[in-house]
Structures are given as structure tokens and as C-alpha cells.
Design a binder for this molecule. Structure first.
Ligand code: UTP
Length: 447
């Protein structure tokens, strides 16, 4: 329910934010309506938590730098887990959850990061590589694997348009569910909401941890329940090498009765910017962000988390009802000053707040960490160039496909670009079977 002027004034005054209405007399009818709507959408309990955090400026992450145990597959554990995961997929118990609401500021691409064209030959976007893997699963196991895509207010329309333009990459549109994450206001050094325009409060996406509230608010958790989902595979938009809902990983989550299963890989260097899973004194696990560790602490962790998880739906439901910890970042935020001038500051002037998905980890009654080989599954597109850029990602994608081709008995010189449609084959053995059934390879290299 929206607020009228008087109600908004009272709410703001109670929360010491009366300045938000200081330009009211200057606003036209539409601007007034939009501002009242914005005020009614802000949860002032969250703002109170933000103010409190600002007062002590402390992070809330766990600080025990003891690495949690990480399991490795044996032939037997893999076979058992694979069988269990296949059974879950065949029963239609598995959903896929992609967080794609980020702003992708480091890449600097004008559009949703998922629409960034990464295919070395096809020039298909990141979304294609994710969606086609899901298509392969639905074909292999004969059941839909619903695909929940979290967007933000900024990229929602463009994300939907990208899927529509490509015919949902072959997926059934009824099984692709877009939902928008929430936004949070920022605070200035004195704990006040920031006006980016005379009639608009500055807000930005509330972080990938916002996925829990957004799933609940948009009816996605109910939708998963109605579809009989038990396990939810979670991943980030920027890594086209990710093995989506790979049966052994999903099966491991089920067999170990874990509320979360996490995939971890060896870090490239002791201080690589990856979160690490620590075991706390009471035995529970917690994920520590790289920015919240000293270099000495970071160096204790050989493994890092690329945010590839399986959650049980029951756990997501439980967590969606809890307030998550806040993380804050000091940023430059363009704003309108008290005398009505618009200013783009040279120095950070405000605090943005975010929720991180991994903060649910300490609440998990049981969690399991699985080691994986990053050459096969992790090469994200984070930066415009250098490390973790489109160039390194395309290189790693092609190296993976070349390995598959070699194992399938096809030698392709390094100078020839290759690309394999993820709906066609999900591993070397599948590629080999496919090639044996066909006596040619399209255009020599694109399969
Ligand atoms: P990153 O931390 O890499 O952030 O997000 P980003 O926004 O993509 O890129 P930068 O930092 O601005 O350069 C990791 C994953 O979490 C999602 C992103 O879309 C990405 O898949 N994410 C991040 C959200 O869905 N919402 C957010 O508010 C933040």
C-alpha cells in the first residue's frame, strides 16, 4: 500500500530522514507520486540496521581462519553420487537458480552481463551457454529443469529481451522464470538517505544475497514447491564453464543430507580474490570474503569458492525468513546537496549495503565441500581485459572443448577455433557417442 504525503512525512521523521522531502514543493505530480512510492517501498528496519552498522563500521563475517575440510571424489563415491543425482533429475526434483542482477561494472558492458557475447565461433551470449546445458539435462532425463533467473530493476527488461530474441535458447518459456531482486538505499556519513535527484532517493541492487528475499517475495519458492523441487543448483552469470546441476554434485548433496553443498577449487595464488570456507570453533562452516581477510589469513586457504552451490529447498525457505547480515562499501554517489545543486563527488561520500548469499552457510545444519578442477569448470568474465576477461574465458572454454575432442579421438590444431553446443554434449564421452553416430562434424570445428 502506498503512503500519502502526511504518512510519508511521519515515517521519515520517525526514522530521522525528514530531509528526503526537502524539495517537495518543487516536484510535479508524477515526481511526487514516484517519491511517495519509493518511500513506501523502503524497509526502515533495514535502514535502522544500516545506521547501526555505520556507527561501528564492522563487518559481520566469521573470522576464524581455519580451513574447512574439502572432499575429493574416489571412483566409488563418484559413481554412487552420480546415480543418486541422476535419480533426482529423472524425478524432476532439481531446479537451477542463476543470479544475474549484478551491474558488471568491472566488465563495463552496456547491458546485462548475461547478454555479453562470449561464444568463440557462435558469438552467443553467456546466457546461451547456461540455457543450453539445462536443455541438455531436460532432454537427457526427460523432465523439465526449471530455470530461475534473478535480474535487477536495471537489467530485467534487457534480460527478458535477450532470451526472447534467441527463442529461449530452445528451452520451454514456461520453465524459465525471471524474478527481480530488491534494491536498498545508501546512507551518507551521517546515516541519512541520499537524494540522487530532488524527487528520487538513491537505491541500488541489494547484492546476490538478495536472492532469498526476492525468491520468497516473487512466489518462486512456492513455485518450486508446487513443482516438487528438492534441490536448487545455484551459480553466477559470468562463468560459462560451469557444470550446471551435474548429477554427481547434485547427488552428493542429496546423499550427504546436506543443506548446502559447495564446490571449491584450488586458488591460483595464496591471495587470489576468492572467498574461502572456514570451520568455526563450534564446527559450523562460514565463508570469509577475500576483502575481509588479511593476506596472512588468506594464505592459509588453498581452496576458494566460485559460488557454485546446491541448496535444499527447505533450507532456502528457512533462510528467506531471516534477516541477513549487511556488508558495506564506501562509494562515490552522485547526489543533490541541501541547496539543490547536483554533485558528482571525487571522493567516496556514501555507503552502499549488500547482502551476500554465502552468509547463510553458518546456518546450515550440514554442509559438504567438494574439490573440483578449475580448468574444467571455472573461468569467469569479470574484467574488460587481463585476468578473468573475455579473452581468458574464451581461451579456457576452447581448451576444455579441445580436451573433449582429443578424448573423443578428434585432433584439432590449436590454431583452429572450436566450439561445442552445450546441448549437444556435456562431456567427452557424450561427445564421442555423438560423433560415432554422425560421420561428419559441421564446418569441421563447430559441433
Ligand atoms: P559480482 O560480485 O561479480 O558483481 O557478482 P557484478 O555486479 O557482476 O560485477 P562488478 O563487481 O560490478 O564488476 C557475482 C554474481 O552475483 C550477481 C552477479 O550478476 C553475478 O552473477 N549479483 C551481484 C546479483 O545478482 N545481484 C547483485 O546485487 C550483485
Amino acid at each position: 500500500m502506498g503512503l500519502n504525503f502526511e504518512q510519508a512525512r511521519q515515517v521519515l521523521e520517525r526514522n530521522r530522514q525528514a530531509h528526503v522531502l526537502r524539495f517537495w514543493s518543487r516536484l510535479d505530480k508524477a515526481e511526487r507520486g514516484a517519491l511517495l512510492r519509493q518511500i513506501s517501498e523502503i524497509d526502515f528496519k533495514d535502514v535502522a540496521r544500516m545506521r547501526k552498522m555505520l556507527a561501528c563500521k564492522s563487518a559481520t563475517a566469521c573470522v576464524t581462519p581455519r580451513p574447512a575440510p574439502v572432499m575429493k571424489w574416489t571412483r566409488q563415491t563418484y559413481a554412487e553420487a552420480f546415480k543418486a543425482g541422476e535419480a533426482l533429475l529423472r524425478q524432476g526434483r532439481v531446479a537451477v537458480l542463476l543470479v544475474a542482477g549484478g551491474q558488471g561494472s568491472r566488465l563495463g558492458y552496456d547491458g546485462p552481463k548475461g547478454a555479453f557475447r562470449i561464444g568463440p565461433l557462435s558469438e552467443m551470449p553467456l546466457f546461451y551457454f547456461h540455457a543450453r546445458k539445462i536443455l541438455r539435462l531436460t532432454r537427457a532425463y526427460g523432465r523439465p529443469v526449471p530455470f530461475y533467473v534473478m535480474t535487477s530493476a536495471v537489467n530485467d527488461a534487457a534480460t527478458r529481451a535477450c532470451f526472447a530474441e534467441h527463442g529461449y535458447f530452445g528451452l520451454n518459456p514456461a520453465d524459465v522464470i525471471f524474478f527481480q531482486q530488491g534494491v536498498w538505499p545508501a546512507l551518507d556519513d551521517a546515516g541519512r538517505l541520499i537524494l540522487e535527484e530532488a524527487g528520487r532517493i538513491f537505491v541500488s541492487p541489494d547484492g546476490h544475497g538478495g536472492t532469498l528475499t526476492a525468491l520468497a517475495k516473487n512466489g518462486c519458492l512456492d513455485d518450486m514447491t508446487a513443482r516438487g523441487i528438492k534441490s536448487v543448483f545455484y551459480f553466477q552469470v559470468d562463468n560459462p564453464l560451469v557444470e550446471i546441476a551435474e548429477p554427481a554434485f547434485v547427488g552428493l548433496h542429496g546423499l550427504s543430507r546436506a543443506e548446502i553443498a559447495l564446490k571449491l577449487c584450488r586458488k591460483n595464488s595464496p591471495t587470489e580474490k576468492m572467498g574461502a570456507v572456514a570451520q568455526m570453533a563450534d564446527g559450523r562452516y562460514g565463508l570469509i570474503e577475500y576483502s575481509e581477510m588479511t593476506p596472512e589469513q588468506a594464505a592459509k586457504f588453498k581452496y576458494g569458492s566460485p559460488a557454485i552451490h546446491v541448496f535444499s529447498l527447505a533450507f532456502l525457505k528457512r533462510e528467506s525468513r531471516k534477516a541477513m547480515p549487511l556488508h558495506l562499501a564506501h562509494k562515490k554517489i552522485a547526489h543533490v546537496t541541501a541547496d539543490g545543486r547536483r554533485v558528482t563527488p571525487d571522493e567516496p561520500n556514501g555507503y552502499k549495503f549488500e547482502k551476500f548469499i554465502f552468509d547463510v552457510l553458518p546456518d546450515a545444519r550440514n554442509a559438504v565441500n567438494l574439490a573440483f578442477d578449475r580448468a574444467d569448470e571455472f573461468s569467469p568474465v569479470k574484467n574488460a581485459d587481463g585476468e578473468d576477461s573475455p579473452e581468458t574465458c574464451r581461451r579456457d572454454l576452447q581448451a576444455k572443448w579441445r580436451r573433449w575432442l582429443r578424448e573423443a579421438g578428434v585432433a584439432v590444431p590449436d590454431s583452429v577455433p572450436v566450439e561445442i553446443d552445450p546441448a549437444y554434449a556435456g562431456c567427452a564421452a557424450e561427445l564421442k557417442r555423438g560423433l560415432m553416430m554422425r560421420d561428419f562434424v559441421d564446418e569441421e570445428t563447430r559441433i
